[in-house]
Design a protein around this ligand. Structure first.
Ligand code: NOJ
Length: 576
């Protein structure tokens, strides 16, 4: 278990890479911030564990499974939004930033969860959704009730429509969930009113981050949670906060309409002035002891744009979507190199992430012929789950051996596949309705976890539960439960446990040491200092392992010194 404030480097020792200007003094003093090498486990609370039998997960469910998370060996959990929410977008529509949704429990439960997690050496990162609120937030309700031009409306982006009667949206901006980014309001007397902007669903009106009341309120909201013990804040939809004044039309360029990862110069995405907001958030985080961390969710056009969020006085880390997007092939090497190169000058650690509540389940994606990421991709594309699972396990060893922070999405440690057979009337992702029921959205990766037993709810809800899980679990998950995998030494769960244990034991994993070794075509082979080495075979052929090195952990059971394709090992030098 990590100790708080643990000193991981000798005074004066150089890490060789990735040390920011801001952190140089800290490193020289022998202190290395915990988040530089943390393994963070994403908890999607609605689907983690249902302690009270209402068919939805809750915070007491997370508390009950802290021993599982400690045993797994994660350093931190990131909890997807836990605030009161009408759930128009799975909690990413917040109606009160200072409380807990009743379906998840109470503020006291959240505080107890944090204290108990800390006792087990697990830090807690929460999800701050501040690009937009819920329509049900009192700020928005007050804005609707107030006249055009009022301070209440200033908190949001209300504009008059175009055309003689204002019946056309103020500009051509689109919502990430389909359709226009503008929704017209109705005045109290029933006449059509102004329009408000929403980057996501209409139930999620965008805040106006040029408004000082908004900036001040969020300073206080961040302090509210830091005061209660959160160790970090994930910044949802970071590039969206700031919009170009004057609201000019966007030039999306043909079929790049929904590809924010390729937008540069777009008036509502990754606008340079957005950085002032996060420098301000950083100042708030820096008011607190204990290396509080900000983690950006920023899907922008490439690593160079991403690095701008990671300046030494801004956000500490950001999800690396480039690594997530690429297929399972030798091209991973290039993404790893680009990531490390681009982040070195700003001193931010790399973050490696392969799954989340927004993505196709990894076991499914890696079993497809085209294994690049495609959010909401059709369930009809065939997947070889055995292959997908084998690759997922190798990918876990790759990811967990790379320098920096790694994120594991709940259930990926079990190789749970996408649940592609959710009946249409159970789908909840707003993408489903907004796309005219053509894109099924992200529910397939949000199905409640299988913990134990042979039939649904697989221990997700207690015996005698009054409700079924909010999304149905496939019957075929009986073999994937934690219970089934815990007792199988060759299970995906146990590969993760072994790797995470070693990651804590081997000091090199808490340094920035990283160097490629010479390897045959299609093989990724790198050392983390002289102590440990990771070999990933993507060549399509079996390879023979170096006899001078012994296997510490392997993604599948090995036959002698042969590493089959789509498999990975960690090695240590053999004692001579
Ligand atoms: C990113 C979140 O991960 C996603 O689930 C959500 O729909 C959008 N931001 C909007 O908040």
């Amino acid at each position: 278990m990590h100790e708080w404030g643990e000193s991981l480097m000798e005074p004066g020792e150089s890490s060789g890479l990735n040390v920011s200007v801001a952190d140089e003094a800290a490193v020289a003093a022998g202190h290395r911030a915990w988040w530089r090498d943390a393994v963070v486990y994403e908890v999607f609370p609605r689907s983690f564990l249902d302690s009270d039998g209402d068919g939805e997960g809750d915070l007491n469910g997370v508390r009950a499974k802290l021993p599982y998370l400690e045993d797994l060996g994660v350093d931190a959990i990131w909890i997807a939004p836990w605030f009161p929410s009408p759930m128009a977008d799975a909690g990413y529509d917040v109606s009160d930033y200072r409380d807990i949704d009743p379906r998840y429990g109470t503020l006291e439960d959240a505080i107890a969860l944090m204290a108990e997690a800390h006792d087990r050496g697990i830090r807690v990162i929460i999800d701050m959704v501040a690009n937009h609120t819920s329509q049900e937030h009192p700020w928005f309700q007050a804005a609707l009730a107030a006249p055009a031009g009022s301070p209440e409306r200033e908190r949001y982006l209300f504009l008059d429509g175009r055309g003689p009667d204002g019946s056309e949206p103020p500009n051509n901006w689109i919502s990430a969930f389909g359709g226009s980014a503008w929704e017209r309001t109705t005045n109290p007397d029933g006449t059509p009113g102004q329009w408000f902007m929403h980057l996501f669903a209409p139930e999620q009106p965008d805040l106006n981050w040029s408004d000082e009341q908004v900036r001040n309120d969020f300073d206080e909201i961040l302090r509210f949670w830091f005061d209660r013990g959160v160790d970090g804040i994930r910044v949802d939809a970071a590039p969206g906060f700031y919009k170009t004044p004057g609201f000019p039309d966007a030039d999306y360029g043909g079929d790049l309409r929904f590809l924010s990862g390729e937008w540069v110069g777009n008036p509502h995405w990754d606008v340079d002035a957005v950085h002032d907001i996060f420098k301000r958030w950083r100042r708030v985080a820096d008011e607190y002891e204990g290396d509080r961390v900000l983690v950006a969710e920023a899907v922008v056009a490439g690593s160079e744009r991403l690095a701008r969020y990671l300046a030494p006085d801004e956000i500490h880390t950001a999800f690396n979507f480039e690594f997530l997007k690429v297929p399972w092939d030798a091209g991973l090497r290039q993404v790893i190199n680009e990531t490390l190169e681009v982040l070195a000058p700003v001193g931010a650690p790399a973050t490696w992430v392969l799954g989340s509540h927004d993505e196709l389940r990894l076991a499914t994606r890696y079993g497809r012929e085209d294994s690049s990421s495609a959010v909401g991709a059709s369930a009809d594309i065939p997947s070889d789950l055995e292959l997908g699972t084998r690759r997922l396990r190798a990918a876990a060893l790759l990811m967990l051996a790379l320098p920096g922070e790694a994120f594991i999405y709940q259930g990926d440690e079990l190789a749970v596949p996408s649940a592609d057979d959710i009946p249409d009337d159970k789908l909840q992702d707003p993408i489903w309705e907004r796309s005219g029921r053509t894109v099924r959205g992200r529910d397939a990766c949000r199905v409640p976890l299988p913990w134990s037993g042979q039939v649904p709810p697989f221990g997700f809800s207690p015996d005698g539960a009054t409700a079924e899980p909010w999304l149905p679990q496939p019957a075929a998950w009986a073999d994937l439960t934690v219970e089934a995998q815990a007792s199988d030494p060759d299970s995906t769960l146990n590969v993760h446990r072994r790797a995470l244990r070693l990651r804590h034991e081997i000091r090199a994993f808490r340094t920035d040491d990283f160097a490629w070794r010479e390897s045959p075509e299609g093989v990724l082979d790198f050392g983390r200092g002289p102590e440990v080495r990771c070999v990933v075979n993507l060549s399509g052929e079996p390879i023979t392992l170096d006899p001078d090195w012994e296997v510490l952990v392997s993604s599948i059971s090995l036959d002698g010194d042969v590493l089959p394709h789509d498999a990975a090992v960690w090695l240590a030098p053999r004692a001579s």
